[in-house]
Design a binder for this molecule. Structure first.
Ligand code: HEC
Ligand code: HEC
Ligand code: HEC
Ligand code: HEC
Ligand code: HEC
Ligand code: HEC
Ligand code: HEC
Ligand code: HEC
Ligand code: HEC
Ligand code: HEC
Ligand code: HEC
Ligand code: HEC
Length: 265
């Protein structure tokens, strides 16, 4: 039998039942009390909703029943469709408009349909990420949350939208320098290999590959510590290696040592 035919059969049976209940309601009060619809009855006429809740009802299956939400039934009562606020109140998220815009089917409440340009509604639960965007404005903070998170909880790869600086760079390495919600707050560890810096500082990379002095063994990040672009002074590491008379005459170290990346002695 096709779904349609079965649906029609159930409907006819249902309509008969309902008519029965309605007519008896006025005549025989005691019988009417017994004839009050219970959740177990609903499936006879509303198979679709019952199946939906069984497959994906989540806490709308386990914490509430049909009649907790649908308190009355036409034509007897008018309180048929509940407002969400009857049960969901008291959090910023619950003051959003149009709950059904995202929770498109209350019988499958976690089946979300998200528009492509949402930010405000996300912040009702993820205040921190909104705060991160505000603290360090970047080109990412001009994007909407769902531009990157196209489904709830989905984490995009950087490579969906960017090329790496060096071919074999991995996403955890990108994140090591660019916290994704604050990509311009570039902080890296001292162990960051030189080849991550040289794509953009090729000249210095070449110098350091050739130089014969002890500086040649260091990563760039060993001297340029912490954040980009940080600039050390020689004295941070060497203190005052020469006598005070000499320094009084030539205070600038690289007047003699010429280049920190290719020292002259
Ligand atoms: C005997 C068949 C039958 C049973 C049993 C039945 N319904 Fe209905 N229901 C109908 C019909 C027919 C309609 C359409 C009536 C209308 O639109 O006025 C309907 C409509 C509805 C609507 C939509 C009302 C609206 O205004 O859009 C809801 C909600 C509903 N039923 C919930 C339930 C729940 C919950 C149960 C179980 C407690 C239930 N029904 C049991 C036949 C039934
Ligand atoms: C009769 C009360 C009631 C109504 C009306 C109601 N809910 Fe719920 N809802 C609940 C309860 C109870 C829970 C479980 C909450 C908990 O465990 O803290 C819940 C949970 C949820 C969940 C989480 C489901 C899950 O599996 O984790 C969503 C989403 C939700 N409701 C959305 C809605 C929306 C949208 C509406 C309006 C269309 C709505 N609810 C109307 C009672 C209700
Ligand atoms: C958490 C509350 C909640 C529960 C539980 C719930 N419903 Fe609903 N139901 C709604 C809401 C809200 C609507 C209105 C949806 C809309 O406007 O799109 C609705 C709509 C309906 C409709 C109208 C057709 C439709 O799908 O829009 C029927 C029929 C229905 N529900 C039956 C049931 C049955 C049967 C059960 C139990 C198996 C049930 N509902 C459980 C909240 C609930
Ligand atoms: C812009 C989309 C959107 C709108 C509008 C929206 N929600 Fe949600 N809602 C979500 C997302 C996303 C989640 C998180 C789902 C998850 O945790 O997987 C969620 C989760 C929930 C939850 C379960 C999580 C929890 O913390 O208990 C409830 C309940 C809920 N929403 C109720 C509502 C109600 C009520 C409304 C209307 C006042 C509403 N939502 C409006 C997107 C929305
Ligand atoms: C009702 C509250 C709520 C709303 C609204 C909400 N989220 Fe969530 N979100 C959560 C919760 C709770 C988790 C944690 C789920 C888990 O740990 O599995 C989560 C997880 C996430 C994660 C995955 C985190 C991880 O560690 O993997 C991302 C990404 C995310 N949400 C983005 C969004 C975006 C984008 C929006 C707006 C469309 C949004 N959320 C709206 C409650 C919400
Ligand atoms: C440019 C793309 C992009 C945008 C825009 C974006 N995210 Fe993310 N988000 C990511 C990536 C990638 C991760 C994984 C980060 C990680 O693993 O450290 C992530 C992680 C998350 C997480 C998990 C916890 C965390 O902070 O690592 C949440 C929650 C989240 N995003 C919410 C949001 C919200 C809310 C917005 C909008 C205000 C947003 N995201 C905007 C790409 C983005
Ligand atoms: C869904 C696409 C998308 C994803 C995923 C994404 N980005 Fe972006 N990102 C952009 C766009 C768009 C821009 C702005 C480009 C422009 O205007 O030139 C941008 C800009 C940037 C910028 C420059 C920021 C500025 O203000 O100058 C950095 C750095 C960046 N992304 C790093 C990352 C990293 C690291 C990841 C992964 C953790 C990532 N992005 C994931 C789309 C994305
Ligand atoms: C060693 C740290 C480091 C790593 C690892 C790193 N970046 Fe960068 N990234 C930077 C620096 C520094 C800039 C330049 C910032 C500026 O212009 O001031 C930058 C700039 C960018 C920009 C802006 C556009 C451009 O090319 O100038 C994008 C996009 C970007 N990085 C994406 C990525 C992605 C994707 C990865 C991982 C494959 C990644 N970055 C790994 C340090 C790093
Ligand atoms: C994606 C390209 C890119 C990468 C990767 C990159 N830089 Fe830069 N760097 C730049 C740009 C562009 C500037 C100049 C703009 C600025 O000051 O932010 C700069 C400036 C600097 C400066 C300051 C120069 C001055 O004259 O003030 C230092 C020092 C520096 N970078 C060191 C590093 C180190 C160390 C690394 C690796 C950990 C690195 N950079 C990785 C692009 C990059
Ligand atoms: C982050 C720390 C650091 C900074 C900044 C730094 N150096 Fe060094 N430098 C070292 C270390 C460590 C050595 C090796 C010492 C050893 O092995 O005895 C060294 C060695 C040297 C040597 C001896 C080279 C050789 O091959 O024998 C000279 C000269 C020198 N540094 C000069 C400078 C000058 C000039 C500057 C500033 C332009 C500078 N350094 C900045 C850490 C640093
Ligand atoms: C031994 C410490 C040390 C190492 C290793 C080092 N630098 Fe430097 N760097 C310095 C110092 C000190 C200065 C400032 C020189 C000055 O005062 O002019 C500097 C200046 C710079 C500048 C700006 C001035 C210029 O020459 O353009 C850039 C860019 C730079 N370094 C990038 C790098 C990169 C990329 C690497 C790795 C390939 C690197 N540095 C390795 C100490 C170091
Ligand atoms: C007037 C030129 C001149 C100036 C200015 C100068 N140096 Fe030197 N420096 C030298 C010479 C020449 C040597 C080699 C002496 C030797 O090998 O005994 C040297 C050696 C060094 C050494 C290596 C010492 C060792 O034991 O191998 C360090 C480190 C050093 N200088 C750091 C600095 C720092 C830091 C400054 C700035 C505060 C500085 N120099 C300023 C000329 C100079």
């Amino acid at each position: 039998m096709s779904d349609n035919k079965r649906g029609l059969g159930a409907w006819l049976l249902g309509a008969a039942l309902l008519a029965f209940m309605v007519f008896n309601g006025t005549a025989l009060t005691a019988r009417a009390e017994q004839a009050v619809l219970e959740s177990a009855d609903c499936g006879k006429c509303h198979e679709k909703q019952v199946l939906a809740i069984e497959s994906d009802g989540g806490r709308h299956q386990t914490k509430v029943t049909c009649v907790d939400c649908h308190v009355e039934h036409r034509p007897r009562g008018k309180d048929v469709i509940p407002p969400c606020a009857r049960c969901h109140e008291g959090r910023p998220h619950f003051s959003l408009a149009n709950c059904l815009g995202c929770h498109s089917d209350p019988h499958m409440p976690m089946n979300l349909q998200l528009a492509a340009d949402l930010t405000g509604p996300c912040l009702t639960c993820h205040e921190q990420q909104g705060q991160e965007f505000k603290e360090y404005p970047s080109k990412h903070s001009r994007l909407s949350c769902t531009f990157c998170h196209s489904a709830h909880g989905l984490i995009p790869e950087c490579f969906q939208c960017h090329k790496p600086h060096v071919e074999d760079q991995t996403m955890p390495q990108c994140l090591g320098c660019h916290p994704v919600h604050q990509p311009r707050k570039i902080v890296y560890p001292m162990t960051t290999p030189r080849r991550f810096c040289v794509p953009c500082h090729a000249g210095i990379g070449e110098l350091m590959a050739k130089t014969k002095t002890k500086h040649r063994n260091f990563t760039c990040a060993y001297c340029h510590r912490g954040d980009h672009p940080s600039m050390p002074t020689c004295r941070v590491c060497h203190g005052e290696p020469h006598g005070p008379e000499m320094i009084a005459k030539w205070p600038v170290c690289i007047d003699c040592h010429i280049d920190s990346h290719n020292l002259q002695k």
